[in-house]
Design a protein around this ligand. Structure first.
Ligand code: ASP
Length: 280
């Protein structure tokens, strides 16, 4: 059993040491809870569990505490991919729910598995997801000062390998912050979140760069074709650098290889791979 989570890119890191330490502490606590959960649950259940905890933590840009789009609204995107069934499900730009990753999980049982906007919200309400306002006073103040322009990275993710050897990836985001209303992030696409029986990957960074390089799918495909996760990720990051891309990834293979890489050394992440590691 292996697990790795990320708390997204942390652009405040060179400005606010206190927030950085608080994020690292939160990541290590959530990781410990999720690793415990993994003992008796599948990779998919665990990925949803971990991402829900990250969504509930106000410091991360997903669920509570998400970034605000340029029209003053929070729109959330999240996706889940079960590597065993190879099913991808997600919500794009859903409003007023607490845990978009759980709506994505619920959608996994349906034929139509990725819903956006009003359709996603209607589905959520029909399935008992109540009204929730994810705007924190901190995010509102940032929005009002338009500081988001310099502070617009985030996202959370989890990749898990369960005791049966199956993998899953889950990713959730409040987006870049101050973006055009209804802009679509990578997080609920196969570029930002992908898994099969060989590997699973979750991304953070500039969604457009991640989509332009089909990052998560490409890394998983390379592993499927025989690369190690490290080699697959490094090669994909050479391609990312060729377009001046900005991204971070976490991943695990069915063989138990755990790896992470970021293009700009900002990603906050934590892994349990026999022993706890927490890094920025
Ligand atoms: N990938 C997210 C987006 O572009 C943001 C992030 O990961 O920081 O919406």
């Amino acid at each position: 059993m292996k697990i790795i989570i990320h708390g997204g890119f942390f652009s405040e890191s060179n400005r606010n040491q206190e927030t950085k330490i608080a994020k690292q502490k939160a990541l290590s606590e959530i990781l410990a809870a999720a690793y415990d959960y993994l003992q008796n649950h599948s990779a998919t259940e665990t990925a949803v569990f971990a991402v829900s905890l990250l969504e509930d933590h106000h410091l991360f840009n997903a669920g509570l505490g998400s970034q605000i789009q340029s029209d003053g609204k929070v729109r959330l995107s999240a996706s889940l991919m079960d590597g065993k069934t190879q099913r991808f499900s997600g919500v794009i730009n859903i409003e007023d729910v607490r845990n978009p990753i759980q709506v994505a999980e619920r959608l996994a049982a349906y034929d139509d598995r990725v819903l956006s906007g009003a359709g996603a919200l209607a589905f959520a309400r029909e399935h008992g997801f109540h009204y929730f306002n994810p705007i924190t006073t901190q995010r509102q103040a940032e929005f009002e000062e338009k500081r988001n322009q310099a502070n617009r990275k985030g996202t959370v993710g989890c990749v898990a390998l369960d005791r049966d050897g199956f993998l899953a990836a889950a990713t959730s985001t409040g987006g870049k912050g101050f973006e055009m209303p209804c802009r679509v992030s990578d997080s609920a696409t196969v570029a930002g979140n992908f898994a099969n029986t060989h590997a699973a990957v979750s991304c953070t960074g500039v969604g457009e760069d991640i989509i332009n390089t089909a990052l998560a799918t490409k890394i998983v495909t390379r592993v499927t074709d025989g690369s190690t996760l490290k080699a697959a990720t490094k090669k994909s990051f050479v391609e990312l650098a060729a377009i001046d891309g900005f991204a971070g990834v976490i991943g695990i293979t069915a063989a138990g290889e755990v790896y992470h890489l970021d293009s700009h050394d900002y990603m906050v992440w934590a892994a349990f791979d026999g022993s706890l590691q927490v890094f920025n």
